[in-house]
Write a protein that binds this ligand. Structure first.
Ligand code: 4AD
Ligand code: MG
Length: 455
C-alpha cells in the first residue's frame, strides 16, 4: 500500500479503513497494552499520533523504536478524541525502517540553540523550526517563478562560470583546473584565461532582456567577501529581473510589487509554518509583514538620506558624509527609526557604484536604488543601466575596465540599445524577512561562510 503523507491524512474529510504512514518518530510513550507514537514526515509542521496496540511481535519492534527512528505504521485513520488534532492513526502493524541510536541521536525533545543546530545542519531539517524554514524556502522559490510567469517574464539560465566581474568589487572565487600551487601560466588553465564563480547574472540577463523583453534569472551566486556578518554568506541565491523599456522608477515599482506578492504568497501557502516563527522567533513578525504589505514604500534620494542621517545626530560607527556607501547601521536607522517601514534610497554617488549604472544628468550620481527593510537593511540592489554607448565607454575607461574584455556587453549598446533596468533581490534576505530569523545562516540548507565548508 502506498503511504499517505501526514499533511493529507490530517486534512482528510472522512475516516479511512486503511492507511500507511511513514516518517520519523518524535516521541513514543508506552502504556499498558498500547503505545503512543508521534510521527513527523516533513510534509507539514504537525505530527500525527498513532496508537499502536501491543501484540508480542509489535512490542518487540516497539522496544527498538526511539526518537529519530524511521517507521512505517499501518492501520486506520480515525477521529481523534484528543484536543488539537482531528485525526489519529489506530495502528495494527509497525515496521522499523531505520533505527536511531538513542545514546547519540542529537535531537532531544528540548529546544536547541540555533548555533548548536548549525553544527548539525544535516539533521536540523528534522526539527520543527528548520522543517518549517525549508518548507517556506521551497514555497518562496515556487512563488518567485509563479510571480514572473503571471507577468510574462522568461526565465534565463545565466552562467555560473564567468570571465567577468559584474560588480567590479573583486570579491570573486577563482575557478581553476590546475593543481594547487601550480606555476603554470593562466593560458594553460582550462579556459586559457582567469575564470571565476559569478557574483551576479545581470550582465548576461541584460543581453536577454534586449531580445526577449522581460526576463529574470534565479540561481546561486558567489561572493568571496570576508565579512562575517549575520547578513552575508559566500554562496547565496539571487533573483534578478531585467526589463527592457523600463526606467528606475518602474524598476522600484516592480521591486515593491514583487516583495509584496512574495510575502503574501508565503502567508497564503505556509500559514502554520509562518505562525511558528511569529510565536517563537520574532514576536513582531506579523506587524512587520503587515507593514510591508500595506505601506507604500518610501522613495528617498541618497542626498536626502545623507541629510537625514547627519541631522539625526546619532553616533554611527561609520561617520556620515555625502559620498559614503551606506552601512547597515545607517540603513537600519532609516528603516526602523526614521520611517519605520520599507524604503528605497536612490540616485547614489557615481563613485561608489559599478560601471553599468546609468549616469544621471548631474554627472555625480547614477540611477541606482537599494530597497531597505526593517531588521535587515538592504534586500534589493538595482539600477537603470547605461544604454548610451559613449557614456558607457567613458565610464569604463574612467574605471580602468578593459573594453576588449566586455566587448559583447558594449556590443549590445551598438545595436538597438534601449533603456532598461533591473535589480537583484537576495533570496535568503527575503527569507529572513518573512521568518524573522536574524542570521542568514539559518535561512540556508547548508550555509557557506569563511572557514566553513562542512556538509
Ligand atoms: O546589491 P548587489 O550586489 O547587486 C547586484 O549584484 C546586481 N548585479 C543585481 C542586479 O542589478 N541584477 O546584490 C543584490 C542583492 C543584495 O541587495 C542582497 O539582498 C543580496 O543580493 N546579497 C547577498 N546576500 C547574501 N550574502 C551576500 N554576501 C550578499 N551580497 C548581496
Ligand atoms: Mg548592493
Amino acid at each position: 500500500m502506498q503511504r499517505t503523507k501526514i499533511k493529507d491524512a490530517l486534512a482528510a474529510t472522512q475516516a479511512m479503513d486503511e492507511i500507511v504512514i511513514k516518517g520519523w518518530v518524535r516521541t513514543k510513550r508506552d502504556s499498558k497494552g498500547f503505545s503512543f507514537v508521534e510521527i513527523n514526515d516533513g510534509s507539514c509542521l504537525q505530527n500525527i499520533q498513532a496508537i499502536v496496540d501491543h501484540t508480542p511481535e509489535i512490542e518487540a519492534t516497539l522496544a527498538d523504536v526511539g526518537t529519530g527512528a524511521a517507521v512505517g505504521i499501518t492501520g486506520s485513520l480515525v477521529e481523534s478524541p484528543g484536543k488539537g488534532q482531528k485525526w489519529e492513526v489506530r495502528g495494527t502493524a509497525i515496521e522499523l525502517i531505520g533505527t536511531a541510536d538513542q545514546e547519540t541521536f542529537p535531537l532531544q525533545k528540548k529546544r536547541h540553540t540555533d548555533e548548536f543546530l548549525r553544527g548539525i545542519a544535516h539533521l536540523r531539517p528534522r526539527t520543527n523550526k528548520y522543517g518549517a524554514m525549508f518548507r517556506i524556502r521551497s514555497a518562496l522559490a515556487q512563488g518567485v517563478h509563479k510571480f514572473f510567469a503571471e507577468r510574462g517574464f522568461f526565465y534565463v539560465h545565466t552562467p555560473i562560470l564567468t570571465g567577468s566581474d559584474c560588480e567590479g568589487a573583486g570579491e570573486m572565487f577563482r575557478v581553476t583546473s590546475l593543481e594547487h600551487g601550480s606555476q603554470a601560466p593562466v593560458e594553460q588553465d582550462f579556459f586559457g584565461r582567469p575564470a571565476h564563480l559569478t557574483v551576479s547574472g545581470q550582465l548576461e540577463a541584460e543581453m536577454f532582456s534586449l531580445a526577449l523583453g522581460d526576463v529574470y534569472t534565479f540561481g546561486p551566486t558567489f561572493r568571496a567577501e570576508n565579512s562575517n556578518t549575520p547578513r552575508h554568506v559566500a554562496e547565496f541565491w539571487m533573483i534578478e529581473p531585467e526589463m527592457a523599456f523600463v526606467d528606475l522608477a518602474g524598476d522600484m515599482d516592480f521591486g515593491e510589487e514583487m516583495i509584496k506578492y512574495l510575502v503574501a504568497h508565503v502567508l497564503d501557502t505556509c500559514a502554520s509554518d509562518v505562525e511558528l516563527f511569529a510565536k517563537w522567533v520574532d514576536k513582531s513578525l506579523m506587524p512587520t509583514l503587515e507593514t510591508v504589505l500595506n505601506r507604500e514604500f518610501v522613495r528617498l534620494p541618497y542626498t536626502e538620506a545623507v541629510d537625514i542621517l547627519i541631522k539625526s545626530n546619532k553616533k554611527f560607527d561609520y561617520p556620515v558624509e555625502w559620498g559614503i556607501d551606506l552601512q547597515t547601521e545607517h540603513e537600519r536607522f532609516l528603516c526602523e527609526e526614521k520611517f519605520k517601514q520599507p524604503l528605497y534610497v536612490y540616485d547614489y554617488p557615481k563613485s561608489i557604484k559599478p560601471f553599468y549604472m546609468r549616469v544621471n544628468d548631474d554627472d555625480r550620481t547614477v540611477a541606482a536604488m537599494d530597497c531597505l527593510v526593517p531588521r535587515i537593511g538592504e534586500i534589493i540592489g538595482g539600477s537603470q543601466r547605461e544604454e548610451r554607448m559613449d557614456v558607457l565607454l567613458a565610464r569604463m575607461k574612467e574605471m580602468d575596465l578593459p573594453e576588449d574584455h566586455y566587448w559583447w556587453y558594449v556590443d549590445s549598446r551598438r545595436f538597438g540599445s534601449v533603456p532598461h533596468s533591473g535589480f537583484g533581490l537576495g533570496f535568503e534576505r527575503l527569507l529572513m524577512l518573512v521568518t524573522g530569523v536574524s542570521n542568514i545562516r539559518d535561512a540556508m540548507p547548508f550555509p557557506r561562510t569563511p572557514n566553513n565548508l562542512d556538509f
